[in-house]
Design a protein around this ligand. Sequence first.
Ligand code: NAD
Length: 483
Amino acid sequence: MSYPHTLSNFYGGQFVASASDRSEPVPNPATGETITRVPLSNRADLDAAVRAAKEAFPAWSGTPVPRRARILFKFQQLLVEHWEELARLVTLENGKSYGEAYGEVQRGIECVEFAAGVPTLMMGSVLPDIATGIESAMYRYPIGVVGGIAPFNFPMMVPSWMFPLAIACGNTFVLKPSERTPLTANRLAELFKEAGLPDGVFNVVHGAHEVVNGLLEHPDVRAISFVGSQPVAEYVYKTAASHGKRVQALGGAKNHTIVLPDADLDLAVKEITNAAFGSAGERCMACSVVVAVGGIGDRLAELLTDRAKRLVIGNGMDDGVFLGPVIRDNHKSRTVGYIEKGVQEGAKLLLDGRESAAAGEAGYFLGPTIFDQVDRDMQIWRDEIFAPVLQIVRVNTLDDAIAWANASEFANGACLFTSNSGAVRQFRETIDAGMLGINVGVPAPMAFFPFSGYKKSFYGDLHANGKDGVEFYTRKKMIVARY
Ligand code: NAD
Protein backbone atom coordinates (compact mmCIF):
# COMPACT_ATOMS: atom_id res chain seq x y z
CA MET A 1 0.00 0.00 0.00
CA SER A 2 1.40 3.42 -0.89
CA TYR A 3 0.46 6.71 0.72
CA PRO A 4 0.69 10.28 -0.56
CA HIS A 5 3.73 12.32 0.41
CA THR A 6 1.45 14.41 2.63
CA LEU A 7 -2.08 13.51 3.70
CA SER A 8 -4.97 15.72 2.69
CA ASN A 9 -7.85 16.94 4.77
CA PHE A 10 -11.34 15.79 3.83
CA TYR A 11 -14.25 18.21 3.68
CA GLY A 12 -17.20 18.95 1.45
CA GLY A 13 -16.99 15.33 0.26
CA GLN A 14 -13.46 15.50 -1.14
CA PHE A 15 -9.82 15.43 -0.21
CA VAL A 16 -8.34 18.92 -0.09
CA ALA A 17 -4.67 19.76 0.44
CA SER A 18 -4.03 21.80 3.57
CA ALA A 19 -3.36 25.49 3.10
CA SER A 20 -0.61 25.21 5.71
CA ASP A 21 3.00 24.66 4.68
CA ARG A 22 3.71 22.92 7.99
CA SER A 23 3.64 19.16 8.32
CA GLU A 24 5.29 16.41 10.34
CA PRO A 25 6.32 12.86 9.50
CA VAL A 26 4.16 9.89 10.45
CA PRO A 27 6.55 7.04 11.20
CA ASN A 28 5.63 3.38 11.44
CA PRO A 29 6.37 2.86 15.16
CA ALA A 30 7.60 -0.70 14.48
CA THR A 31 10.32 0.39 12.05
CA GLY A 32 10.79 4.13 12.42
CA GLU A 33 10.28 4.52 8.67
CA THR A 34 8.15 7.42 7.48
CA ILE A 35 4.80 6.27 6.05
CA THR A 36 3.60 9.74 5.04
CA ARG A 37 3.44 13.27 6.42
CA VAL A 38 0.51 14.83 8.25
CA PRO A 39 -0.32 18.46 7.58
CA LEU A 40 -0.43 20.78 10.59
CA SER A 41 -3.51 22.50 9.26
CA ASN A 42 -4.30 26.11 10.03
CA ARG A 43 -7.44 28.09 10.84
CA ALA A 44 -8.24 28.59 7.16
CA ASP A 45 -8.42 24.80 6.71
CA LEU A 46 -10.58 24.44 9.77
CA ASP A 47 -12.88 27.31 8.80
CA ALA A 48 -13.41 25.75 5.38
CA ALA A 49 -14.32 22.39 6.94
CA VAL A 50 -16.68 23.96 9.49
CA ARG A 51 -18.29 25.93 6.65
CA ALA A 52 -18.84 22.70 4.71
CA ALA A 53 -20.33 21.08 7.81
CA LYS A 54 -22.56 24.08 8.50
CA GLU A 55 -23.83 24.14 4.91
CA ALA A 56 -24.60 20.43 5.01
CA PHE A 57 -26.50 20.65 8.30
CA PRO A 58 -29.97 21.84 7.16
CA ALA A 59 -30.40 19.10 4.55
CA TRP A 60 -28.87 16.36 6.70
CA SER A 61 -30.79 17.25 9.87
CA GLY A 62 -33.95 17.39 7.73
CA THR A 63 -33.33 13.95 6.20
CA PRO A 64 -35.85 11.45 7.60
CA VAL A 65 -34.24 9.49 10.40
CA PRO A 66 -34.75 6.00 8.86
CA ARG A 67 -33.03 7.26 5.70
CA ARG A 68 -30.08 8.44 7.77
CA ALA A 69 -30.05 5.06 9.48
CA ARG A 70 -29.91 3.26 6.13
CA ILE A 71 -26.63 5.04 5.32
CA LEU A 72 -25.27 3.90 8.66
CA PHE A 73 -26.26 0.31 7.80
CA LYS A 74 -24.43 0.59 4.49
CA PHE A 75 -21.40 2.08 6.27
CA GLN A 76 -21.44 -0.86 8.69
CA GLN A 77 -21.48 -3.26 5.74
CA LEU A 78 -18.47 -1.53 4.17
CA LEU A 79 -16.57 -1.56 7.45
CA VAL A 80 -17.16 -5.31 7.75
CA GLU A 81 -15.98 -5.80 4.16
CA HIS A 82 -12.85 -3.74 4.87
CA TRP A 83 -12.28 -5.10 8.38
CA GLU A 84 -8.86 -6.63 7.70
CA GLU A 85 -7.65 -3.63 5.72
CA LEU A 86 -8.67 -1.28 8.53
CA ALA A 87 -6.99 -3.49 11.13
CA ARG A 88 -3.76 -3.45 9.11
CA LEU A 89 -3.98 0.33 8.89
CA VAL A 90 -4.37 0.60 12.66
CA THR A 91 -1.37 -1.68 13.22
CA LEU A 92 0.70 0.23 10.67
CA GLU A 93 0.18 3.63 12.23
CA ASN A 94 -0.25 2.72 15.89
CA GLY A 95 2.00 -0.32 16.29
CA LYS A 96 -0.43 -2.54 18.24
CA SER A 97 -0.63 -6.21 17.26
CA TYR A 98 -2.87 -7.14 14.36
CA GLY A 99 -5.12 -9.13 16.72
CA GLU A 100 -5.59 -6.09 18.95
CA ALA A 101 -6.25 -3.93 15.90
CA TYR A 102 -8.80 -6.42 14.59
CA GLY A 103 -10.60 -6.24 17.95
CA GLU A 104 -10.46 -2.45 17.84
CA VAL A 105 -12.16 -2.42 14.44
CA GLN A 106 -14.89 -4.62 15.90
CA ARG A 107 -15.48 -2.09 18.69
CA GLY A 108 -15.72 0.67 16.08
CA ILE A 109 -18.18 -1.32 13.98
CA GLU A 110 -20.33 -1.85 17.06
CA CYS A 111 -20.56 1.91 17.48
CA VAL A 112 -21.93 2.16 13.93
CA GLU A 113 -24.37 -0.67 14.67
CA PHE A 114 -25.62 1.17 17.74
CA ALA A 115 -25.94 4.42 15.79
CA ALA A 116 -27.95 2.64 13.07
CA GLY A 117 -30.67 2.16 15.70
CA VAL A 118 -31.21 5.91 15.66
CA PRO A 119 -34.93 5.86 14.75
CA THR A 120 -35.61 4.29 18.13
CA LEU A 121 -32.94 6.30 19.92
CA MET A 122 -34.24 9.67 18.67
CA MET A 123 -37.83 9.08 19.75
CA GLY A 124 -39.37 11.62 22.02
CA SER A 125 -42.12 10.99 24.54
CA VAL A 126 -45.64 12.17 25.17
CA LEU A 127 -48.11 12.41 28.03
CA PRO A 128 -51.57 12.94 26.50
CA ASP A 129 -53.20 14.28 29.67
CA ILE A 130 -50.77 16.32 31.72
CA ALA A 131 -53.76 18.49 32.64
CA THR A 132 -57.40 18.42 31.61
CA GLY A 133 -57.44 18.57 27.83
CA ILE A 134 -53.71 19.35 27.74
CA GLU A 135 -50.99 17.21 26.27
CA SER A 136 -47.26 17.48 26.90
CA ALA A 137 -44.58 16.05 24.65
CA MET A 138 -40.80 15.98 24.21
CA TYR A 139 -39.18 16.11 20.76
CA ARG A 140 -35.52 15.43 20.10
CA TYR A 141 -33.38 17.31 17.56
CA PRO A 142 -29.73 17.43 16.47
CA ILE A 143 -27.62 20.33 17.73
CA GLY A 144 -25.58 21.40 14.69
CA VAL A 145 -21.90 21.11 13.83
CA VAL A 146 -20.01 18.90 16.30
CA GLY A 147 -16.22 18.81 16.67
CA GLY A 148 -14.31 15.67 17.67
CA ILE A 149 -10.71 15.51 18.89
CA ALA A 150 -9.10 12.09 19.16
CA PRO A 151 -6.00 10.48 20.75
CA PHE A 152 -3.45 8.22 19.06
CA ASN A 153 -4.18 4.98 20.87
CA PHE A 154 -7.40 3.89 19.14
CA PRO A 155 -7.46 5.50 15.67
CA MET A 156 -10.56 3.50 14.68
CA MET A 157 -12.50 2.99 17.89
CA VAL A 158 -12.30 6.39 19.58
CA PRO A 159 -13.45 8.47 16.57
CA SER A 160 -16.20 5.84 16.19
CA TRP A 161 -17.45 6.70 19.69
CA MET A 162 -18.14 10.14 18.28
CA PHE A 163 -18.98 10.69 14.64
CA PRO A 164 -21.34 7.78 13.73
CA LEU A 165 -23.76 8.57 16.56
CA ALA A 166 -23.47 12.35 16.19
CA ILE A 167 -24.18 12.02 12.47
CA ALA A 168 -26.97 9.47 12.92
CA CYS A 169 -28.62 11.99 15.27
CA GLY A 170 -28.64 14.50 12.41
CA ASN A 171 -25.54 16.55 13.24
CA THR A 172 -22.64 17.24 10.93
CA PHE A 173 -19.13 16.57 12.14
CA VAL A 174 -15.54 17.82 11.94
CA LEU A 175 -12.98 15.31 13.24
CA LYS A 176 -9.43 16.23 14.26
CA PRO A 177 -7.65 12.86 14.48
CA SER A 178 -4.42 12.45 16.39
CA GLU A 179 -1.54 13.80 14.31
CA ARG A 180 0.33 10.66 15.38
CA THR A 181 -2.25 8.29 13.83
CA PRO A 182 -4.00 10.19 11.03
CA LEU A 183 -4.40 7.50 8.35
CA THR A 184 -7.44 5.54 9.53
CA ALA A 185 -9.65 8.65 9.70
CA ASN A 186 -9.17 9.38 5.99
CA ARG A 187 -10.15 5.83 5.08
CA LEU A 188 -13.24 6.06 7.29
CA ALA A 189 -14.23 9.28 5.51
CA GLU A 190 -13.88 7.58 2.11
CA LEU A 191 -15.95 4.59 3.19
CA PHE A 192 -18.68 6.74 4.72
CA LYS A 193 -18.93 8.69 1.47
CA GLU A 194 -19.12 5.40 -0.45
CA ALA A 195 -21.99 4.41 1.85
CA GLY A 196 -23.94 7.39 0.52
CA LEU A 197 -23.24 10.05 3.14
CA PRO A 198 -23.91 13.47 1.62
CA ASP A 199 -20.93 15.79 1.17
CA GLY A 200 -20.04 17.95 4.14
CA VAL A 201 -21.67 15.75 6.77
CA PHE A 202 -18.40 14.13 7.87
CA ASN A 203 -15.17 16.10 7.60
CA VAL A 204 -11.59 15.50 8.72
CA VAL A 205 -9.03 18.19 9.46
CA HIS A 206 -5.54 17.02 10.39
CA GLY A 207 -3.18 18.87 12.64
CA ALA A 208 -2.46 19.76 16.22
CA HIS A 209 -3.10 22.65 18.62
CA GLU A 210 -4.16 25.20 16.03
CA VAL A 211 -6.98 22.99 14.75
CA VAL A 212 -8.02 22.04 18.29
CA ASN A 213 -8.15 25.68 19.39
CA GLY A 214 -10.01 26.56 16.22
CA LEU A 215 -12.69 23.98 17.03
CA LEU A 216 -12.95 25.06 20.67
CA GLU A 217 -13.43 28.72 19.75
CA HIS A 218 -15.41 28.45 16.52
CA PRO A 219 -18.83 30.13 16.84
CA ASP A 220 -20.42 27.62 14.45
CA VAL A 221 -19.33 24.54 16.42
CA ARG A 222 -21.99 23.63 18.96
CA ALA A 223 -20.40 20.74 20.86
CA ILE A 224 -17.01 19.11 21.41
CA SER A 225 -16.23 15.45 22.04
CA PHE A 226 -12.65 15.02 23.24
CA VAL A 227 -10.64 11.96 24.21
CA GLY A 228 -7.00 12.25 25.26
CA SER A 229 -4.69 12.97 28.16
CA GLN A 230 -5.82 14.59 31.41
CA PRO A 231 -4.26 18.06 31.08
CA VAL A 232 -5.60 18.47 27.55
CA ALA A 233 -9.04 17.13 28.55
CA GLU A 234 -9.23 19.75 31.31
CA TYR A 235 -8.06 22.50 28.94
CA VAL A 236 -10.54 21.46 26.25
CA TYR A 237 -13.39 21.30 28.74
CA LYS A 238 -12.72 24.74 30.18
CA THR A 239 -11.99 26.45 26.87
CA ALA A 240 -14.92 24.99 24.94
CA ALA A 241 -17.32 25.63 27.83
CA SER A 242 -16.16 29.24 28.04
CA HIS A 243 -17.12 29.53 24.36
CA GLY A 244 -20.63 28.32 25.15
CA LYS A 245 -20.24 24.75 23.89
CA ARG A 246 -21.47 21.47 25.19
CA VAL A 247 -18.39 19.38 26.08
CA GLN A 248 -17.55 15.81 26.97
CA ALA A 249 -13.81 15.38 27.60
CA LEU A 250 -12.47 11.95 28.48
CA GLY A 251 -9.03 12.09 30.09
CA GLY A 252 -6.24 9.87 31.38
CA ALA A 253 -6.26 6.96 33.78
CA LYS A 254 -4.39 5.00 36.41
CA ASN A 255 -6.37 1.79 36.69
CA HIS A 256 -6.03 -0.52 39.68
CA THR A 257 -6.70 -4.24 39.72
CA ILE A 258 -7.32 -5.80 43.11
CA VAL A 259 -6.56 -9.50 43.55
CA LEU A 260 -8.01 -11.28 46.59
CA PRO A 261 -6.53 -14.50 48.03
CA ASP A 262 -9.61 -16.48 46.89
CA ALA A 263 -9.14 -15.47 43.23
CA ASP A 264 -8.34 -17.91 40.43
CA LEU A 265 -4.69 -16.80 40.20
CA ASP A 266 -4.04 -18.35 36.79
CA LEU A 267 -6.95 -16.43 35.32
CA ALA A 268 -5.91 -13.23 37.12
CA VAL A 269 -2.33 -13.47 35.85
CA LYS A 270 -3.43 -14.12 32.26
CA GLU A 271 -5.92 -11.24 32.28
CA ILE A 272 -3.64 -8.78 34.08
CA THR A 273 -0.78 -9.53 31.68
CA ASN A 274 -3.03 -8.79 28.75
CA ALA A 275 -4.43 -5.67 30.41
CA ALA A 276 -1.02 -4.29 31.40
CA PHE A 277 1.04 -5.10 28.31
CA GLY A 278 -1.50 -5.49 25.47
CA SER A 279 -1.39 -2.53 23.06
CA ALA A 280 1.95 -1.71 24.77
CA GLY A 281 0.03 -0.47 27.82
CA GLU A 282 -1.33 2.39 25.70
CA ARG A 283 -4.96 1.83 26.63
CA CYS A 284 -7.04 4.08 28.83
CA MET A 285 -8.28 0.82 30.37
CA ALA A 286 -4.78 -0.62 30.81
CA CYS A 287 -4.03 -2.16 34.18
CA SER A 288 -1.32 0.02 35.72
CA VAL A 289 -1.36 -1.14 39.34
CA VAL A 290 -2.02 -4.57 40.83
CA VAL A 291 -3.12 -4.48 44.45
CA ALA A 292 -2.33 -7.85 46.02
CA VAL A 293 -4.41 -8.51 49.13
CA GLY A 294 -3.50 -10.65 52.13
CA GLY A 295 -0.20 -12.36 51.55
CA ILE A 296 -0.49 -13.39 47.90
CA GLY A 297 1.91 -10.66 46.74
CA ASP A 298 5.02 -12.86 46.36
CA ARG A 299 3.21 -15.58 44.42
CA LEU A 300 1.42 -13.06 42.19
CA ALA A 301 4.62 -11.13 41.49
CA GLU A 302 6.40 -14.35 40.54
CA LEU A 303 3.61 -15.53 38.22
CA LEU A 304 3.23 -12.12 36.54
CA THR A 305 6.97 -11.81 35.99
CA ASP A 306 7.25 -15.33 34.53
CA ARG A 307 4.42 -14.70 32.13
CA ALA A 308 5.65 -11.26 31.09
CA LYS A 309 9.12 -12.66 30.33
CA ARG A 310 7.55 -15.00 27.78
CA LEU A 311 5.67 -12.33 25.80
CA VAL A 312 6.61 -12.12 22.13
CA ILE A 313 7.75 -8.60 21.24
CA GLY A 314 7.94 -7.34 17.67
CA ASN A 315 6.21 -5.79 14.68
CA GLY A 316 2.46 -6.06 15.27
CA MET A 317 1.97 -7.23 11.69
CA ASP A 318 3.90 -10.44 12.39
CA ASP A 319 2.11 -13.61 13.49
CA GLY A 320 2.30 -14.42 17.16
CA VAL A 321 3.49 -10.98 18.28
CA PHE A 322 1.87 -9.83 21.50
CA LEU A 323 3.72 -6.64 22.38
CA GLY A 324 4.35 -4.02 19.70
CA PRO A 325 6.24 -0.73 19.97
CA VAL A 326 5.12 2.37 21.84
CA ILE A 327 3.94 5.22 19.67
CA ARG A 328 7.04 7.41 19.34
CA ASP A 329 10.70 7.56 20.27
CA ASN A 330 10.01 10.41 22.72
CA HIS A 331 7.31 8.30 24.41
CA LYS A 332 9.88 5.52 24.77
CA SER A 333 12.37 7.99 26.35
CA ARG A 334 9.66 9.31 28.66
CA THR A 335 8.90 5.75 29.78
CA VAL A 336 12.59 4.99 30.34
CA GLY A 337 12.64 8.17 32.47
CA TYR A 338 9.81 6.73 34.59
CA ILE A 339 11.67 3.42 35.01
CA GLU A 340 14.73 5.34 36.24
CA LYS A 341 12.48 7.38 38.53
CA GLY A 342 10.90 4.24 40.00
CA VAL A 343 14.33 2.83 40.84
CA GLN A 344 15.35 6.15 42.46
CA GLU A 345 12.12 6.21 44.45
CA GLY A 346 12.92 2.80 45.93
CA ALA A 347 10.46 0.55 44.08
CA LYS A 348 11.80 -2.95 43.39
CA LEU A 349 12.37 -3.54 39.67
CA LEU A 350 11.36 -7.17 39.01
CA LEU A 351 11.50 -6.96 35.22
CA ASP A 352 13.28 -4.23 33.26
CA GLY A 353 11.88 -3.48 29.80
CA ARG A 354 15.02 -1.56 28.89
CA GLU A 355 16.92 -4.84 28.88
CA SER A 356 14.71 -6.50 26.29
CA ALA A 357 16.59 -7.29 23.05
CA ALA A 358 13.84 -5.46 21.12
CA ALA A 359 14.67 -2.22 22.96
CA GLY A 360 17.77 -1.91 20.78
CA GLU A 361 15.87 -2.11 17.48
CA ALA A 362 14.93 0.71 15.12
CA GLY A 363 11.26 0.66 16.16
CA TYR A 364 10.14 2.18 19.46
CA PHE A 365 10.20 -1.05 21.45
CA LEU A 366 10.37 -1.56 25.16
CA GLY A 367 9.94 -4.88 26.94
CA PRO A 368 7.43 -5.32 29.75
CA THR A 369 8.50 -3.72 33.03
CA ILE A 370 7.28 -4.73 36.48
CA PHE A 371 7.86 -2.81 39.71
CA ASP A 372 7.09 -4.31 43.10
CA GLN A 373 6.88 -2.62 46.54
CA VAL A 374 5.39 0.53 45.04
CA ASP A 375 4.15 3.15 47.47
CA ARG A 376 1.63 5.97 47.32
CA ASP A 377 4.22 8.70 47.76
CA MET A 378 5.97 7.65 44.54
CA GLN A 379 5.56 9.61 41.34
CA ILE A 380 5.47 6.38 39.32
CA TRP A 381 2.27 5.53 41.19
CA ARG A 382 0.67 8.98 40.87
CA ASP A 383 1.29 9.59 37.16
CA GLU A 384 -0.21 7.89 34.15
CA ILE A 385 2.80 6.33 32.35
CA PHE A 386 0.80 4.90 29.42
CA ALA A 387 3.35 2.26 28.46
CA PRO A 388 4.07 -1.43 29.26
CA VAL A 389 4.90 -0.74 32.92
CA LEU A 390 3.05 -2.60 35.68
CA GLN A 391 3.26 -1.83 39.39
CA ILE A 392 2.50 -4.15 42.30
CA VAL A 393 1.44 -2.99 45.74
CA ARG A 394 0.53 -5.10 48.76
CA VAL A 395 -2.19 -4.53 51.37
CA ASN A 396 -3.88 -6.59 54.08
CA THR A 397 -7.59 -6.23 53.36
CA LEU A 398 -10.08 -5.42 50.62
CA ASP A 399 -10.90 -2.19 52.49
CA ASP A 400 -7.24 -1.17 52.25
CA ALA A 401 -7.12 -2.10 48.57
CA ILE A 402 -10.18 -0.02 47.73
CA ALA A 403 -8.83 2.90 49.78
CA TRP A 404 -5.57 2.65 47.83
CA ALA A 405 -7.28 2.70 44.45
CA ASN A 406 -9.60 5.52 45.53
CA ALA A 407 -6.61 7.65 46.50
CA SER A 408 -5.71 8.05 42.82
CA GLU A 409 -6.58 11.33 41.11
CA PHE A 410 -7.96 9.27 38.25
CA ALA A 411 -11.12 7.16 38.27
CA ASN A 412 -11.47 5.56 34.89
CA GLY A 413 -11.50 1.81 35.52
CA ALA A 414 -10.90 -0.72 38.30
CA CYS A 415 -10.98 -4.52 38.40
CA LEU A 416 -11.39 -7.17 41.06
CA PHE A 417 -10.38 -10.82 40.93
CA THR A 418 -12.22 -12.93 43.48
CA SER A 419 -14.65 -15.81 43.88
CA ASN A 420 -16.50 -14.11 46.73
CA SER A 421 -19.78 -12.43 45.79
CA GLY A 422 -19.76 -10.34 48.98
CA ALA A 423 -16.42 -8.89 47.95
CA VAL A 424 -17.81 -8.11 44.51
CA ARG A 425 -20.68 -6.21 46.11
CA GLN A 426 -18.40 -4.27 48.46
CA PHE A 427 -16.10 -3.39 45.53
CA ARG A 428 -18.98 -2.30 43.31
CA GLU A 429 -20.49 -0.09 46.01
CA THR A 430 -17.33 1.60 47.25
CA ILE A 431 -14.80 1.79 44.43
CA ASP A 432 -14.51 5.23 42.85
CA ALA A 433 -14.23 4.37 39.17
CA GLY A 434 -16.55 4.44 36.20
CA MET A 435 -15.73 1.14 34.46
CA LEU A 436 -15.58 -1.96 36.65
CA GLY A 437 -14.25 -5.39 35.79
CA ILE A 438 -14.97 -8.56 37.81
CA ASN A 439 -12.59 -11.40 36.93
CA VAL A 440 -11.77 -9.62 33.65
CA GLY A 441 -8.66 -7.54 33.04
CA VAL A 442 -10.10 -4.85 30.77
CA PRO A 443 -13.58 -3.43 31.48
CA ALA A 444 -13.84 -2.48 27.82
CA PRO A 445 -16.15 0.30 26.69
CA MET A 446 -19.14 -0.98 24.75
CA ALA A 447 -21.04 1.03 22.16
CA PHE A 448 -24.35 0.25 23.85
CA PHE A 449 -23.44 1.60 27.31
CA PRO A 450 -21.87 4.87 28.40
CA PHE A 451 -18.11 4.92 28.84
CA SER A 452 -18.05 6.15 32.39
CA GLY A 453 -15.14 7.64 34.30
CA TYR A 454 -14.84 10.23 37.06
CA LYS A 455 -12.48 12.65 38.77
CA LYS A 456 -9.58 13.65 36.52
CA SER A 457 -10.50 10.93 34.03
CA PHE A 458 -13.58 12.78 32.81
CA TYR A 459 -14.75 16.36 32.40
CA GLY A 460 -18.40 16.95 31.56
CA ASP A 461 -21.77 15.44 32.36
CA LEU A 462 -22.83 13.10 29.59
CA HIS A 463 -20.40 10.32 28.77
CA ALA A 464 -19.57 8.87 25.36
CA ASN A 465 -21.58 6.01 23.80
CA GLY A 466 -24.96 4.51 24.60
CA LYS A 467 -27.90 6.65 25.57
CA ASP A 468 -25.56 9.24 27.11
CA GLY A 469 -24.18 9.75 23.60
CA VAL A 470 -27.68 10.29 22.21
CA GLU A 471 -28.40 12.83 24.94
CA PHE A 472 -25.12 14.59 24.23
CA TYR A 473 -25.70 14.87 20.49
CA THR A 474 -29.34 15.99 20.70
CA ARG A 475 -31.38 18.76 22.23
CA LYS A 476 -34.98 18.63 23.29
CA LYS A 477 -38.07 20.71 22.82
CA MET A 478 -41.09 20.39 25.07
CA ILE A 479 -44.59 21.15 23.92
CA VAL A 480 -47.65 21.81 26.04
CA ALA A 481 -50.68 21.70 23.74
CA ARG A 482 -54.41 22.22 23.92
CA TYR A 483 -56.06 21.07 20.71
P1 NAD B 1 -3.14 13.86 23.91
O1 NAD B 1 -3.88 14.56 24.98
O2 NAD B 1 -1.69 14.13 23.75
O3 NAD B 1 -3.80 14.17 22.48
C1 NAD B 1 -5.19 14.06 22.27
C2 NAD B 1 -5.62 15.08 21.23
O4 NAD B 1 -5.41 16.39 21.75
C3 NAD B 1 -4.81 14.98 19.95
O5 NAD B 1 -5.68 15.11 18.86
C4 NAD B 1 -3.83 16.14 20.05
O6 NAD B 1 -3.53 16.70 18.79
C5 NAD B 1 -4.56 17.15 20.91
N1 NAD B 1 -3.65 17.92 21.77
C6 NAD B 1 -2.58 17.45 22.44
N2 NAD B 1 -2.02 18.44 23.17
C7 NAD B 1 -2.75 19.55 22.95
C8 NAD B 1 -2.68 20.89 23.43
N3 NAD B 1 -1.73 21.28 24.27
N4 NAD B 1 -3.60 21.78 22.99
C9 NAD B 1 -4.58 21.39 22.14
N5 NAD B 1 -4.69 20.12 21.66
C10 NAD B 1 -3.80 19.21 22.05
O7 NAD B 1 -3.42 12.30 24.12
P2 NAD B 1 -2.72 11.08 23.37
O8 NAD B 1 -1.32 10.96 23.87
O9 NAD B 1 -2.97 11.15 21.91
O10 NAD B 1 -3.59 9.86 23.91
C11 NAD B 1 -3.30 9.19 25.09
C12 NAD B 1 -4.10 9.72 26.25
O11 NAD B 1 -5.49 9.59 25.98
C13 NAD B 1 -3.87 8.93 27.53
O12 NAD B 1 -3.81 9.84 28.59
C14 NAD B 1 -5.10 8.06 27.64
O13 NAD B 1 -5.44 7.65 28.95
C15 NAD B 1 -6.14 8.96 27.07
N6 NAD B 1 -7.29 8.22 26.60
C16 NAD B 1 -8.41 8.26 27.37
C17 NAD B 1 -9.52 7.54 27.00
C18 NAD B 1 -10.75 7.56 27.84
O14 NAD B 1 -11.75 7.02 27.41
N7 NAD B 1 -10.75 8.17 29.01
C19 NAD B 1 -9.50 6.77 25.82
C20 NAD B 1 -8.34 6.77 25.05
C21 NAD B 1 -7.23 7.50 25.46
